[in-house]
Design a protein around this ligand. Structure first.
Ligand SMILES: [Zn+2]
Length: 293
């Protein structure tokens, strides 16, 4: 049964501002910012990582209810669910996921039902009509398209050089600040392939459903224009966009470390990284790629 509840799915490469967009859209009436929902079961329930409200996910006032109710109705056990989900949404197995989801086995059917039930509960318990899911992984679109909700894809892109520069940063693990593991710099060719593939897959897998590309650079330099199609008579939302905030971080699970702040404003202009962490060769390569962006 189709209904008028909507999942806005933010897809694209990491370090492109997906958490920022999630939080901004969460300021809309009847919308709930859920963060990287793909990690809810593993990081939120199993690893007890932190919700943006400052509590471990299983003790959060919202998520604890969702976890309790989901446990009652879920068919698969949690480990099985996590395993299936990570396989289905991995970009390595995208083709086999596509094929198996066209004619789901009994187990896959249970997985889809369980995912549907999870969204049902989030809609119900948060009393919202729109859920924003910034899981980013394009493979998750294969699963979302099988659910009983309207799906709107927001494809967030950012200049390759800035993404690469961001991936070159080294950050030690700090759970309470929302950094769940040591962040080590990644190889440039790995980042390039990932950036290219995730953006390409997002585009291809969105064929046939509502799709909108958003450039991070435009989102930051002119949020009102870039998100004008989302305003839809919501005056409070327009006001917030115009004032660049404040946007409150309520109950996001997983995602960028800035989710642990109380509220944020959109910076006055895109962060100009000048690609300062890149070597000479990487810088030249990034500039070449970004010429076409
Ligand atoms: Zn919370």
């Amino acid at each position: 049964m189709m209904n008028n509840r909507t999942i806005i799915y933010i897809s694209g490469e990491g370090h492109s501002g997906t958490t920022l967009l999630d939080v901004i859209l969460g300021a809309k009436k009847s919308a709930f910012s859920s963060g990287e929902l793909i990690f809810f079961a593993q990081k939120g329930i199993k690893n007890r990582e932190y919700c943006a409200c400052g509590n471990p996910v299983p003790s959060c006032s919202i998520w604890s209810n969702i976890i309790r109710e989901w446990d009652k109705v879920r068919t698969l056990d949690l480990d099985e669910y996590i395993k299936l989900q990570s396989r289905l949404t991995s970009k390595r197995y995208i083709l086999s996921s596509y094929i198996s989801l066209r004619n789901p086995s009994k187990k896959l059917h249970c997985f889809l039902e369980d995912t549907n039930k999870l969204f049902d509960l989030i809609f119900k318990i948060t009393d919202s009509k729109v859920i924003i899911d910034s899981s980013k992984a394009p493979g998750r679109l294969l699963v979302l398209k099988k659910l009983n909700y309207k799906i709107k894809v927001m494809h967030l892109t950012r200049r390759f050089g800035d993404v690469l520069n961001s991936y070159k940063k080294e950050v030690p693990r700090n759970l309470e600040e929302g950094i769940e593991h040591d962040i080590v710099p990644l190889g440039s060719s790995y980042v390039f392939r990932s950036w290219l593939l995730k953006n390409f897959l997002t585009y291809v897998l969105s064929i046939g459903i509502s799709y909108k590309r958003i450039k991070y650079e435009n989102l930051v330099s002119n949020p009102v224009d870039e998100l004008s199609f989302m305003i839809d008579g919501d005056k409070d939302f327009l006001k917030k966009l115009t004032a660049r905030g404040p946007f409150y971080l309520k109950h996001l699970v997983a995602g960028n470390k800035f989710r642990m702040q109380d509220h944020i404003y959109i910076a006055e202009k895109p962060m100009n990284t000048s690609y300062h962490r890149l070597s000479g060769a990487d810088k030249a390569f990034a500039k070449f790629i970004d010429y076409f962006y």
